[in-house]
Design a protein around this ligand. Structure first.
Ligand code: ATP
Ligand code: MG
Length: 518
């Protein structure tokens, strides 16, 4: 059941220096021992020098999940680690957090005291606080029922709350749109085999143990008595100091392959390295095809996040170092010309964001289209299929992208083109496509023209209005559009600097073209 059919492949391929084989009658305990304890990625199954197959971590994990043992295993792996290191950081909180956030945390903490439950702010918030970065989402874990707690806080502070019964989570929404996520860490007891005594059964520890990387496992107590005590079970402080991304246990990526993308995202964002062991776990997970059963939606969501980072290029480099582009599509190649376009995309986006501070657009789409740029239409389509991109977005990434590329070719081949031509070539494309073609062109003058179109010409409109045309004797309908477009063209080319001139121009044009009745 657990065996892969890999008979034709040489045994050496699956061997590392300390490789062990097992025979086909090995029992589960032996397999678990080799894979979990001895950290062997893959075990060849050999009978009389004949390779029968291999057993991978994925196989083992699938087996354990099917037998409802995975959670217990994770617990066994992580609970063997020593107890928490604690540090009082209330002074750091006061220094680095604004008054509003401090008040909020204190209020939430005292609500916990009133209900007699322990609660913590966890994850990215504590990590970013320690890294002296801007904190955003507040994630709370309560040792008890998160929903009851969230409702209590919402009632007390007179604000809204959304609950998700199935997950035991809630979101408290404050009047200024600040959101606080609340999750439940329930006290759960498992019967562990007697041979593996569990030192501690703190539920916050169990909650943190399910997280992706050590740096995301910090918890900060909010109860009044212990307010500001930072709890570190898994060496998060050490890894923040060492600037290293590490998983909590060795089956982490097999358990959830999206963590591979997350590791790369965090490494890139913070300028951290991926730890040696963790990097090996990534390579192994990819080797055993851990993405095989991962839904395209989840891959897409991770890619969107990476491409929404300030500078995604180093992350894309790391992705290709691991060969992750092949997970997106076996024929996707990210080579030098693509990197040039990506660099150019960085510049286009920076240019835009400097001028339009409030303008929002899906940054990820520009980078994503650059990656698709050198693929054939068929491969692009297959990538959209694989990533389960919804119909609307798909059309934009395929058809609209091709149209934009064609317009760019037109502008490049006919350069210099008049403002009029530029306007009509580009007016139907939104910010994402304008930034995309600006990233593609290697012609500086073309780039300049497109940027001028974006900041300037696209806003040009005739001053003259419908009622002016009626006064001249034009009937509403297609004639209106025709005349207004002619006025617009004349304006784009720098004529008609007053309303009077526009009126005169419109009248003459209408007369010449027989558009006036009566
Ligand atoms: P960001 O600043 O990007 O929001 P974050 O650390 O807050 O970073 P989120 O994606 O918002 O990350 O997730 C919140 C927390 O949930 C993380 O800190 C992490 O502990 C946990 N988490 C998220 N995704 C996973 C995952 N795939 N596996 C395990 N834990 C995860
Ligand atoms: Mg977050």
């Amino acid at each position: 059941m657990l065996f892969h059919q890999l008979k034709d492949r040489p045994v050496e391929e699956y061997m590392n220096s300390e490789a062990t084989f097992i025979s086909s009658d090995a029992n589960m305990a032996e397999i678990e021992y080799q894979i979990i304890e001895k950290k062997q990625r893959i075990i060849p199954v050999i009978d009389r020098n004949d390779i029968k197959g291999v057993i991978t971590r994925t196989d083992l994990l699938n087996y354990l999940v099917q037998h409802d043992k995975a959670v217990k295993r994770t617990d066994q792996l992580v609970f063997k680690k020593p107890n928490a290191r604690k540090r009082q950081i209330a002074n750091i909180m006061v220094q680095r957090l604004d008054d509003r956030t401090m008040d909020l945390l204190k209020t939430i903490g005292s609500a916990g005291d009133e209900l007699g439950i322990n609660l913590y702010v966890v994850g990215g918030f504590v990590r970013d606080l320690m890294l002296q970065r801007k904190v955003d989402d507040i994630d709370i874990v309560v040792e008890g029922d998160g929903i009851t707690f969230a409702k209590y806080v919402a009632e007390k502070l007179n604000c809204r709350v959304n609950t998700h019964k199935k997950f035991g989570t809630a979101v408290i929404i404050f009047s200024d749109q600040v959101k606080v996520d609340v999750a439940s860490a329930r006290l759960e007891y498992y019967d562990f085999p007697a041979a593996l005594p569990i030192v501690e059964k703190s539920s916050i520890k169990r909650d943190l143990a399910r997280r992706d990387f050590t740096i995301n496992t910090l918890a900060l107590s909010l109860n009044a008595k212990t307010f500001g005590t930072m709890i570190d079970y898994f060496g998060a402080s050490r890894d923040l100091k060492d600037k290293t991304i590490r998983t909590i246990h060795n089956l982490s990526f097999v358990e959830d392959p999206t963590r591979i993308f997350r590791a790369i995202k965090f490494a890139n964002r913070f300028g951290f390295d991926i730890g040696k062991v963790t990097a090996n776990l990534i390579r192994n997970a990819i080797k055993v095809d851990c993405f095989k059963n991962l839904s395209g939606l989840r891959v897409l969501s991770e890619l969107k996040q990476i491409f929404s980072e300030e500078d995604p290029i180093p992350a894309i480099h790391t992705m290709t170092d691991y060969g992750l582009e092949k997970v997106i599509h076996p024929q996707l190649e990210i080579t030098q010309p693509t990197y040039q376009m990506l660099e150019s995309a960085n510049k286009s986006l920076a240019w835009h964001d400097l001028l339009y501070v409030d303008g929002t657009y899906p940054r990820w789409a520009v980078y994503f289209m650059v990656l698709l740029n050198r693929c054939t239409f068929k491969v692009s389509e297959q990538i959209c299929d694989r990533l389960m991109i919804p119909a609307g977005e798909r059309q934009l990434l395929l058809e609209t992208r091709y149209k934009a590329e064609n317009r760019l070719s037109f502008i490049e081949t006919n350069h210099p083109v008049s403002r009029q031509k530029l306007y009509w070539a580009l007016i139907n494309f939104n910010t994402v496509f304008i930034l995309y073609i600006m990233s593609l062109t290697k012609n500086e003058a073309v780039r300049k023209d497109i940027s001028n179109f974006y900041t300037d010409y696209r806003h040009v409109k005739p001053r003259i209005q419908g009622r002016d045309l009626i006064r001249i004797g034009v009937k509403p309908g297609p004639a209106f559009t025709k005349i207004l477009n002619e006025v617009l063209n004349a304006r784009l080319d720098g004529h008609l600097d007053t309303l009077e001139k526009e009126k005169a121009f419109a009248e003459e044009y209408a007369r010449k073209n027989g558009l006036i009745y009566g």
